[in-house]
Write a protein that binds this ligand. Structure first.
Ligand code: GRF
Length: 202
């Protein structure tokens, strides 16, 4: 009996790639195949993780003076070669324009280390930590959301998890707790999405 086809997952990374690693480690339970990892930097640690796991990689580095839309068109061409059903931004540090997003409607998701509406952009964990030290909050969180347009860390929310910030926590403690929560939430969310994708793709 032929095995049922599973969704193709492409992961976009810019750096360390610990979230990519969480997906690779869980691949036999994801209900999808990680068919490619694309980075915008040749020194992204995520590339080494992918190579170690035997996953195909590609680097699409911006050329000096290249316009965002031109870059995104090249990026989309590279990603499209993997025939993705799901594109995961896991520590992808470039804003994507419609030039990319309109090529993969409903298929791009992003992971952000804060709850919806909180701390869009860079340094979300440190900003939450500073607010906690100022007595303004006692938790932060993580979210996975769809990326329909150029909004920054914004878009229909798929899943969230709350991360407490205790009075004695250091920034390193909170950072480690947020990353742990991210690894779990991203893996669970990708698994849920893959299960929903299969019927419509067969
Ligand atoms: C994560 O905190 C992710 O939410 C943010 O960048 C970080 C990437 O970490 N966008 P890693 O590269 O997956 O280790």
């Amino acid at each position: 009996m032929a095995l049922a086809p599973t969704p193709n997952i492409v992961v976009l990374v810019s750096g360390n790639g610990s979230n990519l690693q969480a997906l690779l480690d869980a691949e036999d339970r994801l209900g999808g195949s990680i068919v490619g990892v694309v980075a915008n930097r040749a020194d992204a640690g995520g590339l080494t993780r992918a190579e170690r796991a035997g996953v195909a990689t590609a680097v699409v580095a911006a050329q000096p003076g290249e316009e965002r839309r031109a870059y995104d068109a090249r990026l989309a061409d590279t990603v499209a070669r993997f025939r993705p059903h799901l594109i995961v931004l896991a520590g992808w540090m470039r804003l994507l324009t419609g030039e990319f997003l309109d090529r993969f409607p409903g298929a791009v998701i992003n992971l952000h280390p804060a709850l919806p509406g909180d701390y869009p952009g860079l340094d979300a964990i440190a900003r939450a930590y500073d607010d906690a030290r100022d007595g303004l909050r006692d938790h932060t969180g993580v979210m996975v959301h769809f990326v329909p347009d150029e909004g920054v860390d914004d878009g229909p929310v798929i899943a969230t998890a709350t991360v407490p910030i205790g009075p004695d926590d250091t920034l390193d403690d909170v950072t480690a707790n947020v990353h742990r929560a991210e690894h779990r939430l991203l893996t669970d969310t990708v698994r849920t999405l893959c299960a929903q994708l299969i019927p419509s793709e067969q």
